[in-house]
Design a binder for this molecule. Structure first.
Ligand SMILES: [Zn+2]
Length: 245
């Protein structure tokens, strides 16, 4: 049997009510889902930073090792010159070698300074790494807490949510794809997320603008899908107060 417009409008009103309940469930979770996402992103950037510092430390340690090799080489050269100095034949040769030894010793002093500053750099990099690890621990704890709180909230509404989703599947079977797409589009665009409203006291239940009597008569007939000319919401019915009915 084909769904009449009236059936479709009823289904839309039902769908709207279900979606409102689902929205409330999501709203009850508040900012928790966003906070969880933020914490996850922060953790990723902290872990990237920690990895970068670790790589810097490895690099600086390699630098330190190469300075130490340099010092050993320079010391060996000095030793070699000192041996040569024992075997010189004149003062001129002796002075020339002394000059070389002084140069090498100066180079050793410079390299030792580099060793010292490289040590200091490693120390500060390690401090930064420690701080980063503490931040990671704290963020991980905060994330675990928030995730737990969110799980509790999700768990509490899980049954209700499933029931609503089942109802939603059922009711949407009475609504064709095109109309359903319009419904979703209107819902996304309006502030109170109500895509389907009824006329109350001659006004659109969404934007409260006046609905002309002829239009109200058309809405009551339920032969066409009629939208509010001001806000674009679907006008599903005209509400008649009990005393007037
Ligand atoms: Zn309206």
């Amino acid at each position: 049997m084909e769904n009449t417009i009236e059936k479709k409008l009823d289904a839309l009103l039902g769908l709207q009510a279900i979606d409102c309940e689902l929205d409330e469930i999501v709203q009850a979770r508040g900012v928790l889902p966003d906070e969880v996402l933020d914490l996850k992103n922060e953790l990723i950037s902290l872990q990237t930073r920690s990895q970068a510092i670790q790589e810097e430390i490895t690099h600086t340690e390699q630098e330190l090792a190469s300075h130490r090799v340099n010092i050993k080489d320079l010391e060996a050269t000095v030793e070699k010159y000192e041996e040569q100095q024992m075997e010189v034949r004149n003062n001129r040769e002796y002075d020339a070698i002394t000059k070389e030894i002084d140069l090498q010793k100066l180079e050793i002093q410079l390299t030792e300074k580099k060793v010292k500053s490289t040590h200091e750099r490693i120390a500060s990099q390690k401090t930064a790494l420690e701080q980063c690890k503490v931040s990671i621990d704290n963020q991980q704890q905060a994330l675990a807490d928030k995730q737990k709180a969110l799980q509790v909230l999700v768990g509490e509404s899980k049954g209700e949510e499933q029931r609503l989703h089942e109802q939603r599947r059922e009711v949407t079977q009475c609504i064709d794809a095109q109309l359903l797409a319009s419904y979703e589009r209107i819902r996304k665009n309006v502030r109170n997320k109500l895509a389907v409203v009824v006329v109350k006291r001659d006004s659109c239940g969404g934007c409260f603008n006046q609905v002309p009597p002829q239009k109200q008569a058309d809405i009551k007939e339920k032969k066409n899908i009629i939208v509010c000319e001001h806000c674009g919401r679907i006008l599903a019915d005209v509400f008649v107060p009990l005393e007037e009915a």
